[in-house]
Design a protein around this ligand. Structure first.
Ligand code: SF4
Length: 272
């Protein structure tokens, strides 16, 4: 029987999905770490992603294509920097994996040019976002959560390579116009902010009880907003699910519109 022919769009969508599945299998098989890319964002999302490890809704095809476009730009810029570094014998980091054990955070650095003590994060954006950041009347600074993401990498690089004057620089690529602009952050201040953020995440997602659930009766803990799991050598471990509350879960209202856990969480709109 003749199989239905796939359109080019369908072939491309399947290809992207295959790439994405491969990336997830390599990078995210251990989900217990918090993701550095979610720095500065919803604490409850860290709970679903890394504590209860819920599956979340599948990412839509058009969103996958947007992510892929971002990946393609990333790879091209990284290849260009690798080529430049090779021809000048410069030390660089590209897609370097990092672990911040103290904060249970894992991530991958886009780019670092170590001869100039500078760590870069590449971001693709559309013209609306570009104008919001760099247009008339704007302050020319990236969103706080993007700064905290790069600062999280900075904490690791600073310590790992013993760099005192580490510079943090965001590289923006406008997908509509191909314009590129670098923005240098206030490194030390942002790294201090990132440390505070990850301390808060760890505090809020610390187990509230280790041992048998029946032990909790005496403490009068309402189990409705709790999550119980079994851990090897520990037994039952109980976590409190952070409540939906603007400022921490989510940090900003728009996060719920793009969250893969909104179906199980309910989000800020349903909490009002
Ligand atoms: S839906 Fe909103 S509050 Fe819930 S986990 Fe996602 S971002 Fe956080």
């Amino acid at each position: 029987m003749l199989k239905t022919q796939l359109s080019v769009k369908e072939i491309y969508d399947r290809y992207i999905k295959k790439l994405n599945d491969k990336k997830n299998a390599v990078r995210y098989s251990d989900r217990s770490w918090f993701h550095s890319s979610s720095a500065g964002l919803c604490v409850r999302k860290h709970f679903y992603s890394s504590v209860s490890q819920d599956k979340g809704a599948p990412i839509k095809d058009d969103t996958m294509r947007l992510f892929r476009l971002g990946d393609v730009v990333h790879e091209d810029i990284q290849n260009a920097v690798r080529d430049y570094a090779d021809s000048h014998a410069l030390p660089i980091l590209i897609e370097k994996e990092l672990y911040l054990d103290d904060y249970n955070v894992r991530g991958f650095i886009d780019l670092a040019l170590l001869d100039r003590n500078t760590l870069y994060d590449i971001k693709t954006c559309n013209s609306w976002k570009w104008t919001k950041m760099f247009g008339r009347g704007s302050n020319g600074m990236p969103d706080l959560h993007q700064q905290l993401q790069l600062a999280t990498y900075g904490i690791w690089v600073k310590e790992e390579y013993d760099i005192q004057d580490l510079k943090l620089s965001m590289v923006y690529y406008n997908k509509n116009t191909s314009a590129i602009r670098e923005v240098e952050l206030m490194s030390d201040e942002m790294m201090a902010e990132a440390e505070l953020y990850w301390e808060k995440v760890n505090d809020m997602l610390e187990p509230v009880h280790m041992g048998e659930v029946s032990d909790l009766d005496d403490r009068g803990i309402d189990m409705e907003n709790h999550f119980i799991t079994d851990m090897p050598n520990v037994g039952q471990v109980i976590f409190e699910i952070p409540p939906v509350s603007l400022g921490t879960s989510p940090v900003q209202e728009w996060e719920c519109n793009y969250c893969q856990f909104s179906d199980i969480c309910g989000g800020i709109k349903n909490a009002k």
